[in-house]
Design a protein around this ligand. Structure first.
Ligand SMILES: *Cc1c(COP(=O)(O)O)cnc(C)c1O
Length: 369
């Protein structure tokens, strides 16, 4: 049985008519760069996140960068995040001229270890970016308490956590701003590149909307130096269609995770993902920890099961961030995850038979290992 890591075609097949109608509307209105369909999606997505404002931008990376800029992060500032993330989180900090400072992750949630956060704060710390990795939110109460105590802003990287919750509050709604990626493979994915920032602060939302459009307050009135980071209309229309299906897709991901959990729970040599008491996990990724990770991936590939690794090289050990001076051993939990986590196939349309097959082959591997 073939089990892809992710199958965007099966989802598109189910949406084909709705998507065609939506795309045709954009073509008829020729509202290609920003405009009506982006604004419509912004209203819908802000409501989904229980936030007052949303600003559609070109990508998740843009969302992080523009949120940092709008909240005043400047050269010389330090911004704290985790090394167990996609590199974009750190890049956005660097593109403000600020310096990324890393803290290790928690062994159970794979998210920022709030107990290690305070010791990383210095007089230069301007912001904290907790990353809600794999679909589960970081420990936001602890992080917000520390941030408020030190007068530091919080920007949530919710690129993998559309619809995830912390004590009933949706991802993106707790910090000063929440950043989302709509890269095609994300839980809410565009048909191209897109991202958004949500916030309850009118000033922050207004600044982001200016920066994404060359600092314009109105056409050709450039109040500040900005950039072109607009979302395009076709993506706005696709995202409006797909947002309506997101709650059902999240439910399906959670059901799939439950099936994996029941089959893999207590299996010697495997650690399954833990859902924290505070969390509603939306399983963008279903990672298991296993010592023989690389050999398992090879074995499963022979059985036509595709897996992923998120992420094989932690940001502090990348070539790109050599100059920060971190070394192997600085973040042991992150480094263990980089060596031992494997992401099993996970998407809403994954069938129970496929999950059972993946589970069976993992057990066959363990038996012969
Ligand atoms: C995908 C992702 C990003 C970047 O989003 P793009 O839309 O690809 O620019 C940032 N942070 C995290 C955690 C991500 O998973």
């Amino acid at each position: 049985m073939k089990v892809p890591f992710l199958d965007l075609k099966v989802q598109y097949a189910a949406l084909k008519n709705e998507i065609s109608v939506a795309l045709q509307q954009v073509l008829d209105k020729t509202a290609f760069a920003g405009g009506y369909f982006v604004e419509k999606f912004e209203t819908e997505f802000a409501a989904f996140c229980t936030c007052k404002y949303a600003a559609g931008v070109g990508s998740g990376t843009d969302a992080l960068w523009l949120a940092l800029l709008a909240l005043g992060v400047e050269p010389g500032d330090e911004v704290i995040t985790v090394p167990n993330t996609f590199i974009a989180t750190a890049e956005a900090i660097s593109f403000c001229g600020a310096k990324p400072v890393f803290v290790d992750i928690d062994e159970n949630t794979y998210n920022m270890d709030a107990a290690k956060l305070e010791q990383a704060i210095t007089a230069k710390t301007k912001a904290i970016i907790p990353v809600h990795l794999y679909g589960q939110m970081a420990d936001m109460d602890s992080i917000m308490t520390i941030a408020q105590k030190h007068n530091v802003i919080v920007i949530e990287d919710a690129s993998q956590a559309h619809g995830a919750e912390y004590k009933g509050k949706p991802a993106g709604s707790i910090g000063d701003a929440g950043c989302f990626s709509f890269y095609p493979g994300k839980n809410l994915g565009a048909y191209g590149e897109a991202g958004a920032v949500v916030t309850n602060n009118a000033d922050t939302a207004g600044k982001i909307k200016m920066i994404r459009d060359h600092g314009q307050s109105k056409k050709y009135h450039h109040a500040m130096i900005g950039w072109n980071a607009r979302m395009d209309g076709l993506q706005g229309a696709v995202l409006s269609v797909k947002l309506q299906h997101l709650p059902a897709w999240s439910r399906a991901r959670r059901e799939n995770a439950q099936v994996y959990n029941e089959l893999l729970e207590g299996v010697n040599g495997i650690v399954i993902p833990q859902e924290a008491d505070y969390a509603k996990h939306v399983y963008h990724i279903y990672p298991i920890l296993i010592r023989q990770r690389d050999r398992l991936i090879e074995y499963l590939a022979q059985k036509e099961i595709s897996c992923g690794i998120h992420y094989p090289i932690p940001v502090h050990l990348t070539e790109a961030y050599k100059a920060l001076g971190y070394k192997k051993g600085d973040f042991p939990v992150t480094e263990k995850c980089a060596d031992q986590l494997v992401s099993l196939p996970m998407f809403p349309e994954l069938s129970k038979e496929q999950i059972i097959y993946v589970n069976q082959e993992i057990k066959n591997f363990l038996q012969q290992a």
